[in-house]
Design a binder for this molecule. Structure first.
Ligand SMILES: [Zn+2]
Length: 285
């Protein structure tokens, strides 16, 4: 089943769609010029405030960090010019592309103020991917640990809440009403203890993402492909039940890894009486 959150390790190293306007050229900016940086959203204020203590020393320019990681990976190859900037993405995006001897790097601004060794890890991962080289396990772990930290998780949620747009269609489909089914399941399995989030059928007939719970928007989305006359009711019930378990069992972070379907989650999931029928049915889709 799908993950309740989008995959935060969203690396891409070639990306042609237009990217949002840069908010600053962090690489070469001198520390004293920081005051002129526009604080556009509350979440950015929060980030700056919280990272001040780690920036008492003058941060090393990002372009230098990238050049050093490039050298480590490619000792003799000609060095491209690194143009590294923070962008306002709606998640932890990082991209790299080569153009006319220039390496253009775009980092989500949630990574701004990250410790230097985390930025070095990102540089290593992006450059390794670009040149199809194996990714060093220590770098990968360092990056994952940083992303999985509670502060970072909170920051990303905040960012998605303030920047992301959630497309809500309706809880009432043509054949099934998600709110009615939610209430029923809440009574049957949860002693009516769950607070009802926003419930909606997906706008697209998603075949891969059958359902998901988005904590940032407190929304459960169920794929519209289940809103048909031939869909057995237990299938819709199960999809909601699964997502409702995400309300009951929030994502745990253990050793930097996000544990989405914990042991307790899986134990509860087995309590759904028609689970075997559901599995058979989902395979027919
Ligand atoms: Zn799930």
């Amino acid at each position: 089943m799908s993950l309740p959150f989008q995959n935060l390790l969203n690396f891409s190293w070639f990306r042609d769609e237009p990217v949002p306007a840069p908010i600053k050229q962090a690489a070469q900016r001198k520390p004293h010029a920081r005051k002129t940086v526009q604080q556009e959203t509350p979440s950015l204020n929060w980030i700056t405030h919280n990272t001040l203590s780690s920036q008492l020393t003058v941060p090393r320019p990002l372009s230098e960090i990238f050049a050093a990681e490039y050298r480590a990976l490619r000792p003799r190859a000609p060095m491209p010019t690194f143009d590294v900037r923070f962008y306002k993405f709606t998640n932890v995006n990082t991209t790299i592309r080569l153009r006319e001897g220039k390496a253009l790097v775009r980092l989500s601004d949630v990574l701004e103020g990250a410790p230097e060794n985390v930025l070095a890890a990102i540089a290593h991962i992006l450059i390794a991917k670009l040149y199809r080289k194996p990714i060093d396990a220590d770098h990968a772990l360092r990056y994952r640990t940083h992303l999985g930290s509670p502060a970072m998780t909170e920051r990303v949620e905040e960012l998605r809440r303030s920047r992301g747009r959630k497309r809500i269609s309706s809880a009432r489909g043509r054949f099934y009403d998600l709110e009615a089914i939610f209430d029923e399941i809440n009574a049957r399995f949860f002693e009516q203890k769950l607070e009802r989030p926003v419930l909606t059928w997906s706008t697209q007939k998603a075949r891969r993402l059958l359902g998901h719970y988005d904590a940032a928007h407190n929304t459960i989305v169920v794929s519209r492909i289940f809103d048909t006359a031939t869909t057995p009711r237990f299938a819709v019930e199960y999809l909601l039940y699964h997502e409702m378990l995400h309300l009951k069992h929030p994502v745990l972070v253990r050793e930097g890894r996000r544990c989405v379907h914990s042991r307790e989650f899986q134990r509860d999931e087995k309590l759904f009486p028609e689970l075997d029928k559901v599995k058979v049915y989902l395979k027919t889709l």
